[in-house]
Design a binder for this molecule. Structure first.
Ligand code: T4K
Length: 409
């Protein structure tokens, strides 16, 4: 008798609703609507409005910095920050990141140079950075992957030794700390994302934080077409402004920040219990002595020990309506235009090549309860226990853009 999709599903455990990675956390609806009412009464919708100003102050305070410049999203924030900092030529970034880190540079004619990562922290490997520095290198941009801080001190030493600018893509790092200091104050500037999928969100939003007042002033001009007062343009600028609706959303989200972190932390602890002692499956650890946002629940699937491949496990999860994500497969160096520009980049990126095949990110946030997590744990345990059967049905790998349900039917 042939298999059916149902043979691959643990009875009564498929979720009735899809569980997403990055389902937005919604704050207090009435507080949000009240802010929007006030905004409408003021008839002030964008351009440095009071809600944006308040959002900037609160973000700067949490990040422990003097300046926060709110932007429309983190991608444009990265573009403006690098441009305002005078970065040109080549910039060293990890290949293991969301594509925006590279695109923000390429968009401006700056060349992203892909650096390998540490297999445990998933952050830039300082030893690799040194090998990539050329006379054209002007900066290093570290990414605090999953909110886990880069080796800030090592990167600072390298940047100082070579006269390079150091900045951080802290899209994942809001509310996290390193050595007792909040992420936000390291390097020349750091960039947060407040996209809908982030634990604190503005629907769309981002910000550059910095202790450099001059840089902050320049970025304020650049995000508003370079206008310095009426009719007076003093830089080439763009439109990177955050609007008041987004700031209302962001402020309401900030009000709920402690509750969201607590929920994430509870889910993370529930995952640690649910996934205990599984062969080849490790939950990526956070430094519990430092402030964390726990917005990403990340599993490492060790190919030599797990009876299923990472992609087979993702297929099983999707069949149960758990829409786990392969962040950041296949690596930015394997996406266009970088794939065409550097067809052999993979040879220099052995750790990245390995990690992009091992990592899977699971749903968390306020849309997920500890009992959901327990259920997800049961699905994974069942899948590994029944790996012999499942392996016969499921392709070992799914290409980029491929659908996870193709192996079922
Ligand atoms: N640097 C790094 C290291 C980043 O991770 C990011 C963004 C950036 C820079 C750039 O930041 P922004 O310019 O976006 O501010 C998502 C997010 O779109 C992206 O912001 C984020 N990183 C990345 C890690 O994840 P996708 O393409 O995976 O998103 P998407 O649209 O598939 O959304 C994920 C899931 O969330 C969906 O399956 C459903 C759910 N969802 C999403 C939205 C927007 C909802 O339920 N409701 C929603 O409103 O990139």
């Amino acid at each position: 008798m042939g298999h059916t999709a149902n043979d691959m599903i643990l009875p009564n455990v498929r979720f009735a609703r899809p569980l997403h990675v990055g389902r937005p956390n919604l704050g207090d609806r009435s507080r949000l609507l009240c802010r929007i009412e006030e905004m409408l009464d003021r008839v002030w919708l964008s351009n440095d409005g009071p809600l944006v100003n308040e959002f900037e102050q609160r973000v700067a305070e949490i990040a422990g910095v003097r300046n926060c410049v709110a932007m429309a999203n983190a991608t444009i924030a990265l573009e403006i920050a690098t441009r305002a900092a005078g970065i040109t030529g080549e910039v060293i970034i990890p290949a293991y990141t969301f594509v925006a880190t590279a695109h923000a540079l390429q968009w401006q004619g700056i060349t992203p140079v892909f650096c390998d990562i540490d297999p445990v922290t998933h952050n830039l490997d300082p030893a690799c950075i040194e090998r990539l520095i050329t006379p054209k290198t002007s900066a290093i941009i570290g990414v605090h992957m999953w909110g886990k801080p880069c080796l800030v001190e090592e990167l600072t030493t390298i940047a100082d030794r070579h006269g390079l600018t150091l900045m951080f893509d802290a899209a994942h790092g809001f509310g996290c700390a390193h050595a007792g200091r909040p992420i936000g104050g390291f390097g020349l500037a750091e960039v947060f994302s407040f996209h809908a999928t982030k634990f604190v969100n503005c629907a769309e939003g981002g910000a550059v934080v910095t202790n450099n007042d001059e840089l902050a002033a320049k970025m304020r001009l650049m995000r508003n077409f370079g206008f310095s007062g009426y009719d007076n343009v003093i830089y080439v600028g763009t439109n990177g402004k955050m609007n008041e609706l987004s700031a209302a959303m962001g402020l309401t989200s900030l009000d709920s920040m402690p509750r969201i972190v607590e929920t994430n932390r509870g889910n993370y602890a529930a995952y640690a219990v649910a996934l205990r002692d599984l062969p080849g499956v490790t939950l990526i650890a956070y430094d519990e002595t430092q402030s964390q946002n726990y917005q990403y629940v990340v599993l490492d699937i060790e190919p030599a020990q797990s009876p299923l491949t990472r992609d087979q496990l993702v297929q099983v999860l999707h069949a149960h309506n758990v829409l786990a994500r392969r962040y950041f497969f296949p690596g930015v160096h394997r996406m266009e235009p970088y794939r065409s520009y550097y067809p052999n980049a993979d040879l220099l990126l052995p750790v990245t090549e390995d990690v992009v095949r091992r990592v899977v990110v699971l749903p968390t946030g306020t849309a997920v309860s500890p009992s959901d997590v327990e259920q997800i744990g049961r699905i994974i345990r069942w899948a590994l226990d029944n790996a012999g059967d499942l392996r016969k049905r499921l392709p070992e790998t799914i290409p980029p853009g491929g659908r996870f349900d193709e192996g079922w039917a």
